[in-house]
Design a protein around this ligand. Structure first.
Ligand code: DAH
Length: 339
């Protein structure tokens, strides 16, 4: 038996493989369940005790010789296989799998970028807010329905601490610590106690805009929003402003853009009106400026607020709000081409 083992050791030491397949055959021949080594260990069980030590050592030596031969040859054959493939420099590079941005992030970034070209900075604020920043300083009368439990999520039983229902609260935070001129856009997540459906969600995103300086007029607001609409939806886009009401702006308006899908002729997306509502806006109510220690005789300003989900729906023709929150990779992958 000892002779047989020694023979196999020298065979292993001299072994050369032409290919990885050869090497695999070699491995099977010696190390598989029915290989030479397994057979020898089988025989080892029945040899006399006085030979066990010597034969055992020889067997271990054989096992090591085979294993180290396999390791060395595998390295050699492996690297030569690799180097032969990269030596062809004309091969095209392997493409890396890329992730994609969420459509909400794509549209938020685009909005912020458009306003940054007009000199607007970006500001943010807390999602957990107090009554003053979300309602009182924005001129909401105490009995206003938006304060109702149906709309607002309150934190525990304290009616003063709540989840912000709109990003207009960031206006207040900016006015608190910045002297005019102020020109800022504020993106953020907002919360309203609404039943979830294709058209409503209890969590969504807004971008708020605020511009305060001397002699800011409604014409400035209109021109700013026209520029935004053309950048966002295309050069031929038109806007219209309809009178509306918000407690913190006077006068207030809602802005529609001409429907990019049908060019204003009427289709099922614009419900055959040719127009799509995209945001609320107005001149900052002097009472709001005074609430925040800004001299309303010297300064005027405009503000606007828009829902990011709504703009993304129009831009990408998404028909169900819930898709934004489900993290379905099949939905998200569709945006991998967008920036
Ligand atoms: N905060 C309003 C909302 O959530 C949107 C809005 C309307 C913001 C008019 C404004 C504005 O700044 O001037 O519905």
């Amino acid at each position: 038996m000892l002779d047989k083992i020694k023979e196999l050791i020298s065979e292993a030491e001299q072994y050369k493989a032409e290919s990885l397949q050869d090497l695999e055959d070699f491995r099977i021949k010696h190390l598989s369940k029915k290989g030479s080594l397994a057979q020898l260990f089988e025989d080892f069980k029945v040899i006399s005790n006085d030979k066990k030590k010597e034969v055992g050592q020889a067997l271990n030596e054989l096992k090591q010789a085979i294993q180290s031969k396999i390791d060395i040859l595998k390295d050699e054959l492996g690297t030569s296989a690799e180097s032969s493939s990269i030596s062809d420099l004309t091969l095209s590079a392997e493409s890396l799998p890329l992730g994609s941005r969420h459509p909400i992030s794509i549209v938020r970034n685009e909005i912020l970028e458009i306003f940054s070209r007009l000199g607007f900075t970006v500001s943010e604020g807390p999602e957990i807010e107090d009554d003053w920043h979300v309602f009182t300083s924005l001129n909401f009368p105490p009995e206003h329905p938006a304060r109702d439990m149906q709309d607002t999520f309150f934190i525990e039983k304290n009616p003063d601490i709540l989840l912000r229902t709109h990003t207009s609260s960031i206006q207040v935070r900016v006015m608190e610590h910045t002297k005019p001129p102020i020109r800022t856009v504020s993106p953020g997540r907002v919360f309203r106690n609404e039943a979830i459906s294709a058209r409503a969600h209890c969590i969504f995103h807004q971008v708020e805009g605020l511009y305060i300086d001397e002699n800011v007029s409604f014409a400035d607001l209109k021109q700013t929003l026209l520029y935004f609409a053309k950048e966002m939806f295309g050069e031929s886009t038109q806007i219209r402003l309809r009178p509306s009401y918000f407690p913190f702006t006077e006068p207030s308006a809602e802005m529609d853009v001409s429907c990019a899908l049908c060019g204003g002729k009427g289709c099922n997306v614009c419900k055959y009106t040719g127009w799509l509502e995209v945001l609320g806006c107005g001149m900052v109510d002097p009472a709001v400026l005074e609430n925040n220690n800004i001299d309303s005789k010297k300064y005027t300003g405009f503000a606007f607020g828009m829902g990011i989900e709504r703009l993304a729906m129009l831009k990408f023709q998404i028909r169900d709000l819930r898709l934004y929150f489900e993290n379905d990779a099949r939905f998200l992958r569709q945006f991998s081409g967008a920036i």
